[in-house]
Write a protein that binds this ligand. Sequence first.
Ligand SMILES: *Cc1c(COP(=O)(O)O)cnc(C)c1O
Length: 537
Amino acid sequence: MNEKKLPVVAYFCMEYGLHSDFKLYAGGLGILAGDYIKGAKDIDAPLIPIGLKWKQGYTDQKIGGDGKPYDAYHNYVYDFLEDTGVKVTVNIRKIDVVCKVWKTDHFGNNPLYLLDTDVPENKDAWITGQLYGWFDEERIAQEMVLGIGGVKALRALGIAVDVYHFNEGHAALAATELIREKMSGGHTFEEAWRATREEVVFTTHTPIKEGNEAHPLDRLEYMCGFNGLTRDQMERIGGEPFNMTVAGLRLARISNGVAELHAATANKMWKTVAGRSEIIPITNAIHTPTWVDERITKAYQAGGDLWAVHQELKGELIDFIAERSGIPLNPDNLLIGFSRRAAPYKRSDLIFSKPKLIEPYLESGRIQIAFSGKAHPLDDVGKQIISNLVGMMKKYPKSVVFLENYDMTIGAKLTRSSDIWLNNPRRPLEASGTSGMKAAMNGVLNCSILDGWWPEACIDGENGWKIGDTFETGDLEFQNQHDSDALYDTLLNKVVPTFYENRSKWVQMMKKSIETTITTFATKRMLEEYYNKMYIK
Ligand SMILES: *Cc1c(COP(=O)(O)O)cnc(C)c1O
């Protein structure tokens, strides 16, 4: 990387996970973005993050007396935000909505600019109310503030930008502003689009079709989301309905997926989109100071007693679980960590699919599992998954725990201190999965389907375990059957015996897990790849 002439990058993202109590994040996308802008600060990269200041953040989701998840929202006030004095307006539903611009570098991150519609001038103060709280019109309004408002904020702040990075499709409408600016300078739409494409790069994150948002053009027009472009021009960019991912792919000079397998999947998935950019792989990474316990790193570097440190961390997790749930787990027995958004393809309950096989282990406590995760507030299927896990906790009270209200605190605890990190999504639907990286670097052994980042790191039986092979079928029932057999085989025939009967091999594997991931999956490698492959022409 040529340090002297790095391009200035404006980085747009709907969410940022910088700290557990700074509620601007929902899940993996936000965690990645938060880690990204801390990593940018660490290497002095000229990267300017833009986001929204969510008043209530994402749902606080707790389990009711009936074992079901319930959502609650609270207003949060952050006294560390600096007022930039800048306000911009975005015309939404024919009303000029005022967006106040805040700034913060409070968490060791590159200064993050946050747009906020919660100001007295606005009737529409609620646009930046709840992260992923609404769909349709409200979501479009949020995306207009992020994209169009974000570009306007950069202008008002006087920041010159070389590259606009849309991290996920939410920010795609920023391009309407970039194109509009050029057209108002006298260029044709064609010229403006071509020039805009030269300065935009795009990251896609989801291999799930429904996860890629699309808005009917009529609705977008009603919201004033065309931003001066014509219907025909908008349709050429994003189609009808206007798909935010398709738009991103067509607006960017280059795009990327977040792991090698994911880029291959995404290229297949969007194969028929004419005029789109190539999707190259840049595998996600984590900000190690945020997620890796110093005690483990020190012991690893000094060749110290990894097991002793791990037992200390595991003890802290067990105390934390007891405090939160009242359940006293056994520090000498195997503890599996599993925390994830409750989505069907993640198959949180695969481990329960053959009760006869698993039950003896759960009843004796030889296998203990700590779950956590939230369902999207409007996702009834996800909520049912959570209710089922809570049901398992009641059925196996000695060995199954569900921790409510998953956040960065729980995420960090589980990935630092479990023995095993279990991941069994339906391949190839897990784009990357950074939790597994957090675990690996803490010496918590991955036991995972070969999906997301894991095929790039897994040395089976040396730094963790693979579950099964790369088998894929559209027959969901058959796939689940196949993968559950593989899961039991790995867990019961490999993981359990190693844990209880071969401690020295286990510790050797912990070492190997750290060694093979600690630099490859750290933000520095990822940021350098973004600069070398995406930002620098
Ligand atoms: C690390 C982390 C994630 C990312 O999880 P994956 O399931 O691995 O993508 C999501 N949420 C929280 C709170 C995290 O700490």
